[in-house]
Design a protein around this ligand. Sequence first.
Ligand code: NAP
Length: 317
Amino acid sequence: MLKKNSKIYIAGHNGLVGNTFFQLLKKSGYKKIIKANRSQLDLTKKKNVENFFAKKKPEFVIICAARVGGILENKSYQLDFLLQNVSIQNNILLASKKHNVKRIVFLGSSCIYPKISKIPIKEESIMTGKLEKTNEAYAMSKLFGIKLCSILYEDYGKDIICLMPTNLYGKNDNFDIKSSHVIPGLISKFLFAKKNNLNVTVWGSGKAIREFMHVEDLADAILKCLKISKKKYLKLFHNQMPIINVGSGENISIRKLSELISKLCNFKNKFIFDKSYPDGTLIKNLDSSKIRRLGWKPKIKLKNGLKKIIIYRQSKI
Ligand SMILES: NC(=O)c1ccc[n+]([C@@H]2O[C@H](COP(=O)([O-])OP(=O)(O)OC[C@H]3O[C@@H](n4cnc5c(N)ncnc54)[C@H](OP(=O)(O)O)[C@@H]3O)[C@@H](O)[C@H]2O)c1
């Protein structure tokens, strides 16, 4: 059982998800949060990870560390996305096994589902078809992680929950235009163009439909998964390792999203779509009924979440 003085290690606590979860734990009164910057602990180094676990002895581990990026970044650095993620996951999961961590939450992604999946995508769609080419290496690293989790769960009795979040956004995002995900990328482009009286070019046709969720809603879902009793989740998942989608249920085309962000930024110039950039999977949204049955639901509406972030970004530039 999770207690206020349980030792909780957040791998990747400086990232979008990790930092939001760290803030939530602090706010909720958890006293023994374990963290380490990349300069203190490179998670791709097996021996260092082992030593860290031996010294810190975490009871709960949340794996938020990964090589993450937008569509262009994924396409351009396939080798890094594949190998770095596999090695980070292997090192943390195997050290958790060795040091008898009580529960692990592993973060996958909606990218693990086949390019052609029945919409909304249920957890059962996993491994039923070919992956989207632009993020295949990243998706395969996550599938490898899920397989390793399921082996540790089935053959070694480890307590592991795998969460598959939809596309996230939040204050602590990467706002670099080239390497970011859609929302921070668009916010940066519109704010920059507004400041410099330019037009905006949006990558892709604008037709792709995506589901976006505020990262604070994911942080709530992670905490829910740490708190829930094993008995309760075993019942819902028929004794299988839980693989759980986490989505907002709010779907929007990239065209509509661009219009919304442009309006919220008070951008008055033009924006066009550059079809020479890939769209990725045309429609991708999750069936999140399982996590809802565990008692979680999203709280932040897309428009409100975007408004807050745009105000925050405007104050930074
Ligand atoms: N963002 C999304 O839209 C999204 C959607 C679905 C699933 N997810 C999943 O959620 C998880 C967290 O994503 P995120 O968006 O929070 O990513 P992020 O903002 O890029 O954060 C990743 C964190 O991992 C750390 N890290 C990476 N490589 C490391 C290494 N070798 N050693 C130590 N630390 C390392 C980074 O450290 P530095 O700060 O030093 O770089 C960073 O703090 C990932 O598993 C991702 O696949 C994300």
